[in-house]
Each structure stands twice: as C-alpha cells, then as structure tokens.
Ligand binder design. Sequence first.
Ligand SMILES: Nc1ncnc2c1ncn2[C@@H]1O[C@H](COP(=O)(O)OP(=O)(O)OP(=O)(O)O)[C@@H](O)[C@H]1O
Length: 669
Amino acid sequence: MELNESVRSLPGVGEKTAELLQKVEISTVKDLLYYLPRAYKDFSHCKKIRDVSFGETAFFKVKILSQPQVRRPRYKLEITSFQVSDGTGIAIVDIFNQVYIKNNIVPGNIIYIYGKLEQKFGKVRITSPELYFKKPQESFLPIYPLTAGLTQNMLRKFLREALHTAEFTEVYSDVFLRKNKLFGLKEALREVHFPETAERAEKARLRIIFDELLLFNRMLELLGEEKRLQNRIRIEGSFLEEFSRYLSFELTGAQKRVMREIENDLTGEQVMNRLVQGDVGSGKTVIAFFAMYCMYQNGYQSILMAPTEILARQHYETALKLFPEEKIVCLTGALTAKKKSELREKVADGTLKIIIGTHALLYGDISFENLGLIITDEQHRFGVKQRAALSGGRQEVHTLIMSATPIPRTLSLVLFGHTDISVVDELPPGRKEIKTYLIHGSKYNDMIGFIANELNQGRQAYIVCPLIEDSGGMEAKSAKQMFDELKSCYPGKQMALIHGKLKNAEKQKIMEDFSSGSLQILVSTTVIEVGINVPNATVMAVMNAERFGLAQLHQLRGRVGRGKHQSYCFLVSDNQNAYERLRVLVSSNDGFKIAEKDMQIRGTGDLLGTRQHGAGTLKVANLITDMGLLIRTREVLDQLKKSGGPEYGAITAAAKEELKKKLIEIALN
Ligand SMILES: Nc1ncnc2c1ncn2[C@@H]1O[C@H](COP(=O)(O)OP(=O)(O)OP(=O)(O)O)[C@@H](O)[C@H]1O
C-alpha cells in the first residue's frame, strides 16, 4: 500500500471513520503514520505502590485481597470495590458501572492494573483503572490525541494495519543512517507507535524530527537560492527629510535606519525583498507609508494589504494625512460590486496610486498601470508560508512584509538567513511601561472601580473575552454577558460590543466611534488583537486570560500604551495552573522574550503557520527546543550536497513539493 493512498484503503475504515479521522487531519495513510502518540502507557515494568506518589499513573501487579463489594450510591451508578496489595502497600480499586466484572475478581489471584494512585476519603485508591488478567503483551501502548467518536483502540488498530501493509521508501543509505545514529524509516515509525523500550521510542521520534528539520532546512535554502531579480523599478531621489515634514512626531533612530535601508533597496540593483520586524507599537506603519511615498514620488502604484478590514480602514485614515485623497483607495468587501469595478478601473488606468485593502486583494482579479510595491501587514505568524509568498508572488515588484511577531534573533537568522530583515528595536519616546496585573476573579470589582476612574479622567478601555456568547458548559465569561454586566456598572458611559460575527460596516462604525472617543468602552473578542491604534485607550482587561497564548496576550496588551498616558493591563484568571505562564507577561514587556517563552511552551508550529497541514513540515519538531538538531541537520545538508549522493536529490524533490503546496495554499487563502 502506498503512503499517499487514502485511509479508506485500510480494512475497517469506512466513510464514517474516514470523516472522524479527517477531523484530526488524517486523510492519507501517511498522515496516519505521522499521527504520533502524545504519550505511552508504560507496561514494561510494574511499579510498587510504595514508590508511586499520589496523582501518578502507573502499572501495578497486585494480589486481590477481598471479595468485591457492589454499592449503588445513586441511580445509575454502581461501584464495584475490592482491596489489592503488592506487598508494599494496600489500595482499594473502584470500578464504575461494570458489575459483570465481579465474577473475575477472585481473592488470592494476581491481576495487573493500570491507573492513577490517589488518596481519597482517607484511603489509598485506584479509581477506574484498566484491568488485565494477564500481563499485556506490548510493553508500551500509544496514547493519541482524540476527537469525539475516535478511540485509542481504533487508532491503534489502524496503525498496526498501516505499519504492516505500507510500503516505505527509505531516502537515506545504510551508511548515512549508521553515521547519524538514526533508525530506518520503517523501524522509526513502528517504534514511535509501538516501542519496545522508552529509549527506542525516543530514538524513533528523533528520526522523525531529523527528517522534518532536514526538509525544512532544504526548503529555506531553496527560497534563499532563488535568484534576485534585477531592479527594473528603480526609483530616484531621497525622500526621508521631505516625508518627515508631514509627520507630527520625530522619527526614532530605528525608524530612520529602517527607512534608509528601504530607500537603498528601492534605488538599488535588485528587487527589494524585505521583512520589517518590530514589537507592538514600535511604529512600523509609518515605515510602510514611507516606502509608498518613495514609490508615489516616482509615479508608481503601491499596495498595502492588511489582515482585517478594520486595519485596512485605519491605514486608509493614515494615508489621508500623507497623500491627496483622490489618489488613495480602500478596497474592502464592504463596497458594492458597482463601486468596486469603478475603483478597479481607476486602479487599472493609474488614477489611483495608493491602494489599500485586505489580503484577498492580491489574488483578486485586479490589474495595475504600474505597480511598484506590495506591502503585506502580517502582524502575526510568519515563516515558511510568508517566505514562500515573498518569493512566489509578483517577483518583479518590490516586496515588504511588516510583522509584529517578535521572533528570537537566533531563530530569525536560521529562518531568514537569506532574506533582508530590518528590526525596529526602539519604541517612540515618552512611552511609559504598561503596568500589568495578574488578578483573581475575586478582585474583579476592584478592577471595575479602577477602570471607572480611568474613564472619568477621559481615557478609554478595552475588555476582551474569549467567547462571543455563552456556550453552555464553558466556564469563560462571554463578551455578550460582560457587555450587559458592564452597562449597569458604568451608567452614562458609552460602550459597544464588537466581535467577528458583526457585519463589516458595523465593525467599522464601532471602531470609528471608539477611535474618535465617542465610545469609551469596547467589549470585544480578539478581533481587536491586531494593529488597532487608539492612543487614548489606557486599559486592556483580558478575561479568562488563561485561554490565550502569551504572544497573543502581548499583542492584546499592545493595544494600550500607545500614547502619552500611563496604561494598564489586567489579566483576569482563576486558573492557578496558568499563573506561572501568565506571570511572564507581568514581568516583561519585551515581545522577543515573551515569544521565546511562548514557543517553548506551545511549540513553534502555530507561530510559524506550518502546523495544520497534515504530514509535512514541522509537526513534531519545535524550533526552540530542537534548535540543536536544526543546526546539526543544516550541517548534514551541506555534507550531503558536497558528497552529491542520491539523498540530496530526494530531499530537494520533497522540499520543492512542499513549497509548491504552500504556494497553492497561499493562493487559495
Ligand atoms: N517616532 C514616533 N514618535 C511618536 N509617536 C510615534 C512614532 N512613530 C509612531 N508613532 C505613533 O505610535 C503609534 C503606534 O504606531 P504604529 O501603529 O505604527 O505601531 P506598530 O508598530 O504598527 O504597532 P502594532 O504592531 O501594535 O500595530 C501610532 O499612534 C503612531 O502614530
């Protein structure tokens, strides 16, 4: 069976099961084989009751001491209990609603149980364990992430079948495998699912990470190898001084430096391919506008693509201060078809020079008179996908990507070794550090009082909730509920509720009202996370802060502290388990440090936008914790290239295939 075949070709996988598997992004046999266990049940050796701490799950070999007793404490609940001992301790085993098991519980017999040891009601107990009347054959059983309807046993069965029938193609020679101490592919996949020992499971995982990182390195290399085109849109002149006159503030040293770098690119020999990275509020927008200004003065058109309509609108407002109104257009979904086609004509004949819109703009049916520059305001996430966009887009025009995702320097060197990067590493002067507090729900009323005080001084506040509406069972407070509550807390204050389900025009109106100050409070979901700029807002309160990633919270917090007033961020959480993580934000305002921590905790897949793509790049590897291997695989790649063996060709082909997929994805998004 080939790896690319559908999982439907496995025995026992019908249409329904295939749909279930699809939910965890398994559609081919390959996806299934690379669906790795998150942990294992260790049956390799039994632990002694005495040596296991409460809360720990383990495998025990015990003797049954007592006859089973059945209790029925309430309707539909039957508990079968019996005592066991392994000579080092005694425990009570409780089994729920399986009365039939009673007949198998014979005092004096030896059984194996797998479960969590706990101390409850004054006794040592093991509740709902798995019981085995014979020792399980496998030493380790895989535990997979599941979705409703999918069970561990189903996955185990399909995987055993797939491992048995799939045809594996090994790309590395035996010599190479030995030299790098790697398992062969077949062995690695078998051992990663059904390992004989913990060490072998680890070694198997290493082989899979090795493959991923080698491929990843080759993809980066391919992107870097791409020939830089000669700059046919060469501009003339120096505009920094002239541009500065339009601004109401002095540019920071970092802004000026980056602007000069851009100017050098635009007047230079090769087409610009630059990434501008800067922490929240560092003033990246004005840099983007400077680049457009340079193009404008030379008669070229520029595009600025924003991730949301709200941001597109905000950029449009900024543009009005720098360019004549009749030269600017904001193309968003809110326009009527007639208006849109009218505007497109004006873009095509060159009347409009500054074209602002959402990302969809680039792939829509639009033509230009003389497009010179494309700026993408990514805000979030970058990595291979954006790099592929950079080199796969319209290569003849200059490209600038703005990103607020602070990525650790070491990592950006690896990822962007071949691309030009500018870092805006200075905040505008006079910014006060945002005071951040992690508070328990019991302090909620104090916070409400504090916010009232800020509002009375003329400031504005954001209140962010993870959900729009109550969704039964979830413990988080919804934005709607919050909004209703706050209305009674702040009578006389103007407030609005904003979330992704509102129509664009409604969202826009609310944002405009908040921007102009006619609204004082904005209750919101994370739609406001990226890029919103309202310098008079000084409070950001995030409810159920534990629900958000650190980098995301840093983005949210970055919505305040953008003006001259002291700003505050409240992270409200009752979840003590999250406190250690959330304290990172309390103690640091440095996006780079926070991002690094976030990546250590959550992995890098999310951030790099490479996670959800089935078997492919970086599902298992973590660029932070596996940094050592990332560097080693880079060296290995160099050696493979030099020795010119068949491995290099195979990896190159796979990397090209992967990049092609990414480009298609980008085009479809
Ligand atoms: N040199 C400067 N001096 C004073 N204020 C500045 C300066 N540069 C930018 N600003 C102002 O700082 C605010 C933040 O700038 P901007 O919106 O460009 O940040 P950003 O880097 O895009 O941040 P984010 O990633 O959070 O969107 C804006 O109000 C902007 O006008």
